[in-house]
Ligand binder design. Structure first.
Ligand code: PHE
Length: 373
């Protein structure tokens, strides 16, 4: 709000100090707000005009002051006049270039004040975990690929060997984009439920041999709680070449887990099912919290539910039916083979940092996230 001269009823030293202080501040704010020569000239005239300028107005107002206060008022008024004139002068000199370009615009800048701190931020724990995992695989010659989060039915399901209406689709709790019924099923949009569609997208553009890692966000229709979130992060891997075997899969993942969690962890592969891998497995690592014993001293180990093992990822050999969809780009299932795996980055970050509520990762509370700075 623009400054207006207020009526004084109290002429005590304190009241005068306050009133003149406010006037000074208001003037300085106005001058700072002026962004053009026309702007600061307007401020100058508003304050310094002989006829009805703010300084004149203040002067006139104070004519009514009691005699005893007049001396003090005179001093304050002089001080304010000098202040206004000096600031205007400084500005004018600056504008007219008679002061070097680097001269401070306002002599009122207090260079002894501490500077403004601009914190540089920190890696989010899930991104940090992802980057660490990516580095483990980059050392093995993997490169990074990505793809869209809003995906078609074709890439999320069909080309990954989920036939239309197959019950395996039910396991994915898919969030569909509305208003897609007019399209052919394979073109309908949805939020990708896993990073696996990028397997197909990569194989469409890159000929074998390939080794890629695919970090990214995925969505499922899960209500948020301590271990679920409708949005979460996966890290997918895919290797295709001639003569890739299940032994390569086990060796690669066992090595990667030792790099990531520490050389003492063991891995265990248990049969599972995914439409796009055959055979399929779930891989467990020995619990890096209790060392595999299932106990922490007298207490049961909660993260591994006392089993000594923690499930980390799903994996398997790429199903030949998947290669059929990219056969023309060099992926003849008779000639190439490969393995794929996919893990939840959020879950790994929870375990790694001993966080007990997944929601903390997504609430944006800097008191929590600042711990990774
Ligand atoms: N996409 C699977 C899932 O989200 C994980 C997976 C990836 C399994 C690659 C096998 C191979 O559950």
């Amino acid at each position: 709000m623009a400054y207006t001269v207020s009526k004084l009823t109290d002429y005590s030293s304190n009241a005068l100090l306050k009133a003149f202080g406010e006037a000074k501040l208001a003037f300085r704010e106005e001058l700072r707000g002026a962004s053009s020569p026309a702007g600061w000239k307007a401020v100058r005239d508003r304050w310094m005009a002989r006829k009805n300028g703010i300084l004149t107005q203040i002067n006139d107002r104070l004519m009514a002051a009691p005699k005893e206060a007049k001396r003090e008022i005179g001093q304050y008024l002089n001080d304010l006049k000098q202040f206004v004139e000096k600031e205007i002068e400084t500005w004018q000199e600056h504008e007219e270039g008679s002061v070097g370009k680097l001269a401070p615009l306002f002599q009122s800048v207090d260079i002894t004040l501490p500077g403004i701190r601009r914190p540089i931020g920190a890696e989010h724990p899930v991104i940090k975990t992802t980057n660490e995992m990516v580095r483990v695989f980059q050392k093995l010659g993997y490169s990074v690929a990505d793809g869209p989060v809003v995906e078609t039915d074709y890439y999320n399901f069909e080309a990954l060997n989920f036939p239309p209406n197959h019950p395996a689709r039910d396991t994915q709790d898919t969030l569909f984009i509305a208003g897609q019924q007019g399209k052919a099923q394979r073109e309908r949009l949805l939020l990708r439920t896993h990073t696996s569609p990028v397997q197909i997208r990569t194989m469409e553009t890159m000929r074998p041999p390939i080794r890629i890692l695919i970090p990214g966000t995925v969505h499922r229709n899960d209500p948020p709680d301590a271990s679920h979130s409708p949005m979460f992060h996966q890290i997918e891997g895919l290797a295709v070449d001639t003569n890739i075997t299940f032994g390569d899969l086990k060796g690669t993942l066992d090595h990667a887990m030792k790099e990531f969690f520490g050389s003492s962890v063991k891995t265990s592969f248990r049969p599972s099912f995914f439409p796009f891998t055959e055979p399929s497995a779930e891989m467990f690592v020995s619990c890096f919290i209790c060392g595999g014993s299932g106990r922490r001293g007298a207490e049961p180990c909660r993260p591994c539910k006392q089993t000594g093992w923690i499930e980390i990822l799903g994996c398997g050999m790429v199903d030949p039916n998947v290669f059929q969809f990219v056969k023309d780009n060099g992926y003849d299932p008779k000639k190439v083979s490969g393995f794929a795996f996919g893990m939840g980055a959020d879950r790994i970050a929870l375990l790694k940092y001993g966080v007990d509520d997944l929601q903390l990762f997504f609430q944006g509370d800097v008191r929590f996230l600042g711990q990774w700075a």
